[in-house]
Design a protein around this ligand. Structure first.
Ligand code: NAP
Length: 308
């Protein structure tokens, strides 16, 4: 079969022949891959940049995707850390890490949406006890995950969603997706009274937003939960000590590890149904797997989905 193969952390993927997978353990199944998203986690795991990567080479990247199983069912699958991912014509899955999808579903749309959408869905459902009527700030709202967080917070009954980013043109588009207000990072005090921050940015912009927000808060004793989910602006943020003392701020992270795999998997059916029903707007770009080397470094606002 053909697959994308990475031979070292800094080597680009190469589309080439690869041995066919064979099921070895009970329950494992060889499946046909229909679509696999090129997410930050996909790159991070393959290049050793993500804390969950195994660092074994050569490897076939791909941490999730839509596959056809041996009974003909379409499934969305989340791979464990494995040297044989979903950037291949066929791969090996543990069906317990998958959900059967309705017939007629668009595999590219599901493959594009599930990883970025899962970030806020799981954070609000499994990492904190989010309640309808709460107010939410999405920091870094113009990316795929941020756009979906705006929509998912609304789906979960947020009373107000404020979308923050640096690109004012892309920010304006979020109003049509449910954002009640759009602000730039240096206008963070306008979000002073939210209950939850969904943060994809971290680094300087997140740390810089904290003090203006906290000091402008009408009631500093009211809890504010800051969920750290992504770090597009930097892996470390210089959080001022005052931020933790001057207001009732709680900072938590949400991702692989802080949310158990079983909790992610438990949320797959409902999220897949929401995406399938069109409740979440998805930006996807299908690219043939043979073009993986070019797609690997391409800058695009749409989520690239590789199709074998
Ligand atoms: N923990 C989890 O469960 C989980 C799950 C999925 C994703 N994530 C993480 O969430 C983050 C976003 O993922 P994504 O899929 O939305 O990525 P994406 O679609 O590539 O979007 C990233 C966005 O980040 C913004 N950005 C990039 N550099 C920035 C900087 N220096 N300062 C401010 N904004 C910057 C860009 O906004 P503009 O160009 O529009 O300004 C871009 O739209 C990534 O770190 C990813 O690893 C975490």
């Amino acid at each position: 079969m053909h697959a994308a193969v990475i031979t070292a952390p800094d080597a680009p993927p190469v589309y080439r022949d690869h041995p066919d997978p064979a099921a070895g353990h009970p329950g494992e199944q060889v499946v046909e891959v229909l679509a696999a998203g090129l997410h930050h986690l996909t790159r991070g795991r393959a290049t050793g940049g993500h804390y969950s990567s195994g660092g074994v080479y050569p490897l076939v990247p791909g941490m999730d995707g839509v596959v056809r199983d041996q009974e003909g069912n379409l499934r969305y699958v989340v791979m464990d850390d494995t040297p044989l991912g979903t950037f291949a014509e066929r791969t090996l899955i543990d069906p317990r890490r998958s959900v059967i999808l309705p017939d007629g579903i668009d595999p590219v749309r599901i493959a594009a949406a599930m990883n970025p959408a899962m970030s806020s869905w799981v954070a609000l459902r499994r990492r904190i006890a989010f309640q309808a009527g709460q107010r939410v700030l999405v920091l870094g709202a113009t990316g795929n995950a941020g756009r979906m967080a705006v929509q998912i917070a609304k789906l979960f009954g947020a009373a107000q969603v404020i979308a923050a980013g640096r690109d004012t043109t892309r920010l304006k588009e979020l109003t049509a997706l449910g954002a009640d207000e759009t602000i730039t990072f240096d206008e963070a005090e306008q979000a002073a009274d939210v209950d939850v921050v969904i943060d994809y940015v971290w680094g300087e912009p997140a740390a810089g937003a904290m003090i203006p927000m906290l000091t402008a808060r009408a009631d500093r004793g009211r809890p504010l939960t800051w969920i750290q989910i992504g770090s597009v602006a930097g892996p470390a943020a210089p959080v001022p000590s005052m931020a933790l003392r001057a207001a009732r701020l709680r900072i938590v992270g949400s991702g692989i590890g802080s949310v158990p795999a079983r909790d992610f998997i438990a949320e797959l059916p409902e999220l897949a149904a929401a995406v399938a029903a069109g409740a979440i707007d998805v930006r996807a770009r299908a690219v043939p797997l043979a073009e993986v080397a070019r797609a690997w470094t391409a800058e695009t606002g749409d989520r690239v989905v590789l199709v074998p």
